[in-house]
Design a protein around this ligand. Structure first.
Ligand code: NCD
Length: 336
């Protein structure tokens, strides 16, 4: 990726290590604004079209928050039934229309490839907020940013990392995008734990092997795993052919404090893209881990704002102007 300005962000395949480092350094520089120590109006007058055709809380709201924190305005369309897609309009036409109303668009849709199809009709940059089971590039970037930060506390780097990914690796787009990004690094060890039917797709396994990484695929949590990161996932019930089918796998791989103590190191960082399914029959990440200092799930969600601010600033070409448009924060804030 030679330049971000004016470009879509559809897949992690667009990134090299240099581009990732740039995103991370801009994300870091956004911290005072996200923490309300100061504010900026660099995107004053700009409009984000936030189009979410699938359920979302944190991705949708953090895209909107990130844009607001840069001084821009947000227009939302949520739910397929509330848009003209329900009347048979093509993604291309919707994109032609909505790109006339916005300077940039963030979009989530249940079909793999849909956001790229939409982008073909768009006259403004489009950021993929998740297209079916395919990709979730902004989540992968915030996950990687979190991994880098968490490992720094343990004097480790992404090169040489050992990551265990657990759960629904077949339909989980976050683990697909994160694995692809990790292929840009060196000597990564992957331990992939899932029911056989929910294993990581072959094309991702091939990418991991082509990158020269070490790979262990298993359907059991066994022994002490020596992992730096334990990345837990939710059974993606909405992508299964039926609820009965999804029910077979709910609760198969739970993580609670005692399972964590048995299988992981005392410093293993616990991640999850969220939402965690807290219903009794699933409960893949138990509340008894909430006070475990290695639980990074809410640091991930906070980092999501920084990374999305960085992507907006870079895509709209204002990453070096943010501080020029600074203003003081005059209200009470306890975020710092
Ligand atoms: C994930 C998603 O939508 O792919 N959530 C998110 O964006 N943070 C994972 C999930 O829904 O399980």
């Amino acid at each position: 990726m030679s330049s971000f300005t004016g470009n879509h962000i559809l897949s992690v395949s667009q990134f090299d290590r240099e581009a990732i480092e740039l995103v991370f350094s801009v994300a870091q520089s956004m911290e005072p604004y996200a923490k309300r120590q100061k504010r900026t109006t660099v995107l004053d007058g700009a409009i984000l079209g936030n189009l979410f055709f699938e359920p979302s809380t944190r991705t949708r709201v953090s895209f909107g928050t990130a844009f607001n924190l840069l001084g821009g305005e947000v227009r939302e369309t949520t739910g397929m039934a509330n848009s003209a897609l329900a009347k048979g309009e093509s993604l291309y036409d919707t994109a032609r229309v909505l790109s006339g109303y916005s300077d940039i668009i963030a979009m989530r849709h249940p079909a793999a490839g849909s956001v790229a199809e939409f982008a073909e009709g768009s006259r403004v940059p489009v950021l993929n907020g998740g297209d079916g089971a395919n990709e979730h590039p902004t989540q992968a970037l915030l996950d990687l940013f979190t991994i880098k930060r968490e490992l720094q506390f343990n004097n480790k780097t992404i090169d040489g990392l050992h990551i265990a990914m657990i759960g629904d690796l077949r339909y989980g787009r976050t683990v697909h995008s994160l694995s692809k990004l990790l292929c840009l690094f060196k000597n990564v060890r992957f331990t992939l734990i899932s029911p056989k039917e929910l294993a990581m797709p072959d094309y991702i396994l091939a990418a991991i092997e082509n990158a020269g990484h070490s790979l262990k695929v298993t359907d059991q949590l066994e022994g002490n795993m020596d992992a730096d990161i334990c990345y837990q996932t939710r059974i993606q019930e909405e992508r299964f052919p039926s609820q009965d089918e999804a029910n077979k796998y709910r609760g198969k791989f739970r993580l609670n404090q005692s399972i964590y103590t048995r299988h992981f190191q005392s410093k293993t960082v616990i991640m999850h893209p969220l939402p965690r399914d807290s219903r009794t029959e699933a409960n893949e990440l138990d509340n008894d881990l909430n006070l475990n200092p290695n639980l990074a799930i809410f640091r991930q969600t906070d980092n999501g704002v920084l990374v999305r601010m960085a992507l907006f600033a870079l895509t709209l070409g204002v990453e070096n102007l943010v501080s020029q448009y600074e203003k003081p924060v005059i209200w009470y804030s306890n975020k710092s």
